[in-house]
Design a binder for this molecule. Structure first.
Ligand SMILES: CCCCCCCCCCCCCCCC(=O)SCCNC(=O)CCNC(=O)[C@H](O)C(C)(C)COP(=O)(O)OP(=O)(O)OC[C@H]1O[C@@H](n2cnc3c(N)ncnc32)[C@H](O)[C@@H]1OP(=O)(O)O
Length: 221
């Protein structure tokens, strides 16, 4: 039975939880470029066949130098959020260094999800940084992508919550270097509980699907 006892129309402002908020448009283009180059670096390091000790040592020293230089500025407060405008006039908050979708996380693919009539949709192509079995996406990353999708669908349709339960059916291998279409939508809500379904498609075929229970976080008084 579908029970909608607590439809959420309020959008909590993360500042009410003591979390700083950055406007997505205020993230400097140069920081975005740096995030992109470090993302490329992760792939280059993971896949290099370079064996010359001097070349490798120089690369390590160069990276260490950049890390030290950036470390001179204070770190962002843990839990810093970013506000993003969405197509259609809505906006959403996300953690700025979210491992799946964070604007400033070089390890994130990143996955960008937009609202649809049903829920949310995004497309992403993963490289060997996300490899599990040869040529295939790691199962944990498949779960991570789907967790993000069901969480975002739930958050946009109701209000932000935490994943209480996530069940994944891995139906067929999910390949690297192929566009993954990720969709999710709310099935029903019961008080603070939001039941959400999601899936990954490759060339129109479902490779993995998720059933999730999100529990909405109570707003501060
Ligand atoms: C802050 C503002 C900023 C905005 C922000 C925006 C972010 C927008 C994008 C989000 C995109 C992120 C997507 C990644 C999402 C993660 O990765 S979340 C991280 C992984 N999850 C966690 O760490 C959660 C850990 N678990 C917990 O903290 C707590 O167990 C929970 C889930 C909050 C529930 O605890 P609780 O609030 O005390 O609620 P509780 O009363 O126990 O349960 C409520 C109801 O849920 C049921 N329930 C709870 N757990 C379960 C379960 N495992 N199975 C079945 N039923 C359950 C209970 O039975 C109860 O049912 P009813 O009595 O109402 O019928």
């Amino acid at each position: 039975m579908t029970v909608n006892t607590q439809p959420a129309t309020e959008r909590p402002d993360p500042r009410a939880f003591g979390l700083p908020v950055v406007e997505q448009d205020d993230i400097p283009a140069e920081l975005r470029a740096l995030v992109g180059r470090v993302h490329d670096l992760i792939g280059a390091v993971a896949n290099t066949t370079e064996t010359d000790p001097r070349t490798l040592a120089e690369a390590a020293a160069a990276v260490e130098g950049v890390t030290e230089r950036l470390g001179r500025a204070p770190r962002r407060q843990i839990g810093t959020m970013v506000r993003r405008d969405l197509p259609g006039g809505a906006s959403e908050f996300g953690t700025i260094s979210n491992i799946v979708a964070g604007d400033t996380n070089p390890a994130a693919p990143p996955l960008s999800l937009v609202p649809t009539a049903e829920g949310v949709r995004g497309e992403v192509t993963l490289d060997t940084v996300y490899q599990g079995p040869p040529g295939l996406v790691h199962g944990g990353w498949i779960a991570a992508l789907l967790d993000q999708a069901v969480g975002t669908a739930s958050s946009l349709a109701t209000s932000p919550g935490l994943t209480a339960r996530l069940e994944i059916d891995y139906r067929s291998p999910t390949p690297l270097f192929n566009p993954l279409e990720i969709t999710a939508e709310v099935e029903r809500t019961e008080r603070r509980k939001v039941y959400v379904n999601g899936r990954i498609r490759v060339n129109g075929e479902i490779t993995a699907q998720a059933r999730a229970l999100m529990v909405r976080v109570p707003f501060p008084e």
